[in-house]
Design a protein. Structure first.
Length: 212
């Protein structure tokens, strides 16, 4: 797996480009700063087969339209979060004074769906909690998981926004603990971590603790 990772302001979003040995690639969560991502794609001669959104929040989808236009790649998002794409375009975000360029997903994804590259699989894990349609992308061949806003380095995504659910979040986090401790976690914000490094605080976590 060839991995290109970007940390972009103003919310320290993580954007990922994953490529296989043939140069086929996917882009996960195009945020701001799409020109740097496109430069990498062109400089390495990558063929983007799909754009994947871990969920539909504005800061993870803002550059969907730009990446689609430049690469002609289809966009995929969980069916429960697909409505957020049009919502972002019509209403914008409470955090930023601009609207997302209008975009539609060609594919809606759900638990167990896969995106295949030559020697890699990105398997969808439906992990609601931050939003109802939040997902992680598990790459079993590389012992890696791209966790969106479900699991961070020493933290978790908010559950107090529309569509959030602390009970679902705890269940999703506990589900991620079924992955091997050596699994590398590439989150939607901040630095990478491992399942083992996060186990000690996730195991005792309860929904009541999040609500309190």
């Amino acid at each position: 797996m060839r991995l290109f990772a970007y940390r972009v302001p103003p919310l320290d979003n993580a954007v990922y480009v994953i490529a296989d040995s043939r140069g086929d690639a996917v882009v996960i969560d195009p945020s701001f700063g799409e020109q740097e991502v496109l430069r990498t794609i062109r400089a390495n001669g990558l063929r983007v087969l799909e754009i994947l959104n871990s969920h539909g929040h504005f800061d993870h989808t803002y550059a969907d339209a730009a990446i689609k236009a430049a690469t002609k790649a289809p966009l995929a998002i969980h069916h429960l979060d697909a409505y957020r794409l049009s919502e972002n375009a019509s209403a914008g975000s409470a955090f930023f004074p601009m609207r997302q360029p209008r975009v539609e997903a060609e594919r809606t994804i759900d638990e167990g769906d896969e995106t295949r590259l030559a020697d890699l699989r990105l398997v969808v894990l439906h992990t609601p909690g931050h939003t109802e349609g939040s997902v992680c992308f598990h790459v079993p061949e590389e012992n890696a998981v791209f966790s969106g806003d479900t699991l961070f380095n020493s933290g978790l995504g908010r559950t107090d926004l529309p569509g959030g659910d602390p009970h679902a979040m705890v269940a999703s986090l506990h589900r991620l603990l079924t992955l091997p401790d050596a699994t590398v976690v590439y989150p939607g914000h901040g630095p990478r971590t491992t399942i083992g490094a996060e186990r000690s605080w996730v195991e005792p976590l309860s929904a009541e603790g999040l609500i309190a």
